[in-house]
Design a protein. Structure first.
Length: 201
């Protein structure tokens, strides 16, 4: 009886400590995501790196793309950013890449296309940073632009890719609280995933 009991007790102990570690990590990451909401950008910056979001089946911009691109266009018009790099590939449901859709939105808001560069291969935040990096190599200063719930993951993945410090700036007109909470949960899960990958590599 004792022989059977000891392994069971060991499994329970490991499960308990695993749960505690997961809870503490999730809590810490949730705080980090919320803490990044205001951003930490210093302006003016030469380049704005704008992260893509969903494109509708009709190749119309989703709300995320509209928020992020409109914010980037405002910063250009205010003289806070000189040029824009839009990063995002084509999803399965669209014909246009996220970057191309963002360019169209920016041009409708009066941004000169000569001030826009596209990165059209990325399908994740990790790839956004990988594929955009050569495009910003000549930028004297960079600011990442995305929704506020996305900023912590951008900075964390930039750290993993040895970008150094990547200042970030939140998009105007954030989504409603329910959407934001769901997005924060998704961001925490994504950051946990990349942390596990980093630890195991």
């Amino acid at each position: 009886m004792m022989i059977l009991f000891r392994p069971f007790r060991l499994v329970l102990t490991l499960f308990f400590y695993g749960f505690v570690v997961l809870f503490l990590a999730t809590t810490a990451l949730t705080f980090r995501v919320w803490e990044a909401f205001p951003g930490d950008a210093v302006f003016p910056a030469e380049c704005g790196l704008v992260f893509g979001a969903a494109v509708h089946r009709t190749d119309d911009p989703g709300p995320g793309i509209t928020r992020r691109t409109s914010t980037a266009a405002r910063l250009v018009h205010e003289g806070m950013v000189d040029r824009l790099i839009f990063t995002g590939g084509r999803g399965a449901a669209s014909n246009e890449s996220e970057a191309a859709v963002m360019r169209a939105v920016a041009m409708r808001r009066g941004v000169d296309p000569d001030r826009i560069t596209l990165e059209e291969e990325a399908t994740s935040t990790w790839e956004n940073l990988v594929y955009a990096r050569p495009l910003v190599s000549d930028c004297s200063s960079i600011v990442g632009i995305s929704d506020r719930y996305h900023l912590a993951r951008i900075q964390y993945l930039a750290e993993l890719q040895d970008w150094g410090e990547l200042p970030v700036y939140p998009a105007d007109n954030p989504p409603n609280d329910a959407f934001t909470i769901r997005s924060v949960m998704r961001e925490v899960a994504a950051m946990l995933y990349y942390m596990l990958i980093a630890v195991s590599s």
